[in-house]
Design a protein around this ligand. Structure first.
Ligand SMILES: Cc1cc2nc3c(=O)[nH]c(=O)nc-3n(C[C@H](O)[C@H](O)[C@H](O)COP(=O)(O)O)c2cc1C
Length: 329
């Protein structure tokens, strides 16, 4: 671990990130992960729109729960000018509050890198293949989050092993995102050549995540075969549990949505409409107690998740040789 660049960049003890999750990244979860020696990451839309904090006050609240480093996520796909300005504002506030590690997803992270590097902060960019990595490297990112085909959220196309082969030529720290829910998978990823892992699904089934118990139980009950990719949610495939709700809705866009998604000029508008609808649906299903809106994002790591644990227990089970057998985690 002595030469692990990720640990230096993030300023943490363990090479583990609790990935940003809309809507699941409640401030208590972010703080608990950092407090346990890994890296909790703020998802600003979840912090404000779902969990109801004014952005700056939300960071202060997290800071009141832990003094360890936390990171922040920026979904930087260009859609509206207003959204872009909001992201820039959030980034400026985060830097003022001494956040020094950023994870960017979807767009071109040039302006994030510029703002971060001015104060010695680091930017890691989500990539699913070489061409996205090259675009991010061109603008100077410090590391790559390699999103594989087992990930929760927007999954990639390649396996854990294929991605490390594709991306190691760029000579940047690589973080394995997807499929890690237990110690065996963590060790496999580190031995494959990754410098850290980014986990989402495992942390939803934790005491500190404020998701409804029915969501956590669905993760614990689910098997790999229950995870499907739905294009009906944001227009690009998202990993979800194949619940009754998802089965009823179907996995593919309807004919009108498909036409608009394929249209060169209308596709961004359509993706924005679908994303806004998804923001609302995910928020409802996170807080819903009836179980009627079981719109649950999760990755194939569900296969290795068998119990509701505290964040501390999850991190201990991953990092301590004799802590647990892997099925506990
Ligand atoms: C419910 C959920 C929401 C997510 N939301 C985001 C997000 O807002 N931004 C992002 O960069 N990644 C997001 N992700 C991806 C995670 O940060 C992480 O990379 C992924 O969960 C790793 O795969 P795993 O779930 O198998 O551990 C999300 C994942 C899940 C499960």
């Amino acid at each position: 671990m002595a030469d692990n660049i990720f640990l230096k960049h993030a300023g943490v003890k363990y090479p583990i990130i609790c990935g940003p999750m809309y809507p699941c990244s409640n401030p208590e979860l972010v703080a608990a992960v950092s407090d346990a020696g890994a890296l909790g990451v703020i998802q600003p839309v979840a912090l404000t729109y779902v969990h109801g904090y004014e952005f700056s006050a939300g960071i202060d609240y997290i800071r009141s729960l832990t003094d360890r480093p936390v990171g922040m996520n920026l979904l930087i796909e260009k859609n509206s000018k207003k959204y872009h300005q909001k992201m820039q504002h959030w980034m400026a506030v985060a830097l003022e509050k001494n956040i020094r590690f950023f994870i960017t997803s979807l767009g071109k992270p040039d302006w994030v890198v510029e703002m971060a590097h001015e104060v010695g902060a680091y930017v890691y960019h989500d990539v699913t293949e070489g061409r996205w990595a090259e675009k991010a490297i061109d603008v100077g990112v410090d590391g790559l989050i390699a999103v594989n085909n087992r990930a929760g959220g927007h999954a990639g196309n390649y396996t854990v092993d294929e991605l490390v082969v594709l991306l190691r030529r760029y000579d940047l720290p690589l973080v394995c995102a997807g499929g890690v829910g237990c110690r065996d998978k963590y060790i496999e990823a580190m031995q494959a050549g990754y410098q850290a892992v980014q986990m989402g699904t495992r942390f939803i089934a934790s005491n500190e995540c404020s998701a409804h118990l029915s969501y956590k139980q669905a993760i614990i009950n689910a098997h790999e075969a229950d995870i499907v990719l739905s294009e009906r949610i944001t227009g690009i495939p998202v990993s979800v549990i194949n619940s009754a709700y998802i089965k009823k809705m179907g996995l593919k866009p309807n004919a009108l949505e498909r036409w608009m998604l394929d249209h060169p000029r209308l596709k961004y508008f359509m993706r924005t409409v679908m994303a806004l609808k998804a923001l609302r649906s995910f928020k409802i299903s996170l807080l819903d107690k009836t179980g009627k809106n079981d719109y649950w994002q999760a990755g194939k790591s569900v296969e290795t998740i068998h119990a509701l644990l505290s964040v501390g227990e999850i991190i201990e089970a991953l990092t301590e040789e004799n802590a647990h057998n892997t099925h506990q985690a």
